[in-house]
Design a protein around this ligand. Structure first.
Ligand SMILES: NC(=O)c1ccc[n+]([C@@H]2O[C@H](COP(=O)([O-])OP(=O)(O)OC[C@H]3O[C@@H](n4cnc5c(N)ncnc54)[C@H](O)[C@@H]3O)[C@@H](O)[C@H]2O)c1
Ligand SMILES: [Zn+2]
Ligand SMILES: [Zn+2]
Length: 341
């Protein structure tokens, strides 16, 4: 079969003929129809410091996808050939302390499809354990099903704290931040302010439901946004840029007693004014992955309720034209980029 392989430990990704994946006794073989390129795929493509530390080529990339089941292992009980599915990309052990107390998203031993420990879905076929398969209701279109992994990051972060009637600040209008703006609107937030430096992405945030956008590269400020809205600070912060100055800007503009959900991956030497956190009694919660499986139930319900992800998908390419897809991702002049067979 054809696949996009991280073949060598250097910049790039290689379109190759590779053997079909093995289908273990508890595995489900899926014929991939669409996949999406994630920020993590770009880290691996550029072979940055993070990938050098976590990834071991060769392996097939890709963890955001949708497809149809074409084969099931002898031990598979709940999935049948022909079903349309996607999957949770974190394969967890099921027996560590966290798995056993319902916190599998922080499993001690998890593998990550298309990142480490398990070949991914930038391929004609992918093999996934039955435990990770998510069946799809007919009402959920393929385009949205293909991006449920990052939609899940957005959902997990956005719903980390109560939103109804709250003033929310989202920093970073990337793929995840723009989806989060829509989720906050769906969940009944009062004002949703989204901050970024990229006008194209702020425009997507607007279309997803942001009340106001702040382009700091154009000199716009949170102070003027707050004055316009008549508020003294934000009740909930969703930090989705991973940029230290942006995080500090958020901390400075939170209302006393506010909550911050931190998804953006800040550098380990990020400095913050601790007094702002302590004396303003802020709570900061780190977010990783998606809760298994509450986040998936929440996503399904939003999609069945008419939640529209159309504005975040800006490009699509056949797999063979993967280089153009990676180029447009690298340019930042895009929302979500899909690869299709
Ligand atoms: N914790 C997790 O499990 C997890 C999972 C996925 C992604 N992430 C992280 O979450 C963050 C968001 O992911 P994404 O896929 O949406 O990334 P993304 O790159 O699409 O979005 C980041 C956004 O931040 C903006 N930005 C960059 N510098 C800025 C600045 N100085 N001021 C304002 N905005 C700035 C960019 O324009 C971009 O729109 C990233 O840091 C990513 O690494 C974490
Ligand atoms: Zn992803
Ligand atoms: Zn575990």
């Amino acid at each position: 079969m054809k696949a996009l392989v991280k073949r060598y430990p250097r910049r790039g990704i290689w379109f190759e003929d590779v053997p079909m994946p093995e289908v273990g006794v508890n595995d489900v073989l899926i014929k991939v129809t669409k996949a999406a390129i994630c920020g993590t795929d770009m880290h691996m493509y550029k072979w940055d410091e993070w990938s050098q530390k976590h990834c071991t080529p060769p392996y097939i990339q890709g963890h955001e996808f949708v497809g149809r089941v074409v084969e099931v292992g002898a031990g598979v009980r709940n999935i049948s050939v022909g079903e349309r599915v996607t999957a949770e990309g974190h394969i967890v052990c099921g027996h560590c302390r966290n798995c056993r107390r319902g916190m599998a998203h922080v499993c001690e031993n998890s593998l990550s499809v298309g990142i480490f420990g398990k070949d991914g879905a930038f391929a004609e076929y992918v093999s996934i354990p039955e435990s990770n398969i998510v069946k799809l209701r007919d009402e959920i279109p393929d385009d949205f099903a293909a991006i449920m992994d990052p939609f899940g990051n957005a959902t997990h972060t956005a719903l980390a704290f109560p939103l109804l009637g709250e003033d929310v600040l989202i920093t970073g209008a990337g793929l995840i931040g723009t989806m989060a703006a829509g989720i906050c609107r769906f969940a009944g937030a009062k004002n949703i302010v989204v901050l970024d430096i990229n006008p194209l992405r702020l425009d997507i945030a607007k279309r997803m439901g942001a009340t106001l956008t702040v382009n700091t590269a154009a000199g716009e400020t949170l102070d003027s946004a707050m004055a316009q809205l008549g508020i003294k600070g934000f009740d909930v912060g969703l930090e989705m840029s991973g940029v230290p100055d942006v995080f500090n800007n958020m901390v400075e503009h939170m209302y006393k007693g506010a909550n911050i959900a931190q998804l953006g991956i800040l550098p380990s030497d990020t400095k913050v004014n601790w007094s702002d956190i302590i004396f303003n009694a802020l709570t900061i919660k780190g977010i990783t992955g998606r809760r298994m499986w509450e986040t998936w139930y929440q996503m399904e319900q939003m999609l069945l309720g008419g939640f529209d992800l159309t504005p975040v998908i800006t490009h699509r390419f056949p797999f063979e034209r993967y280089q153009e897809a990676f180029d447009v991702m690298e340019s930042g002049q895009c929302g979500k980029v899909l690869l299709e067979w």
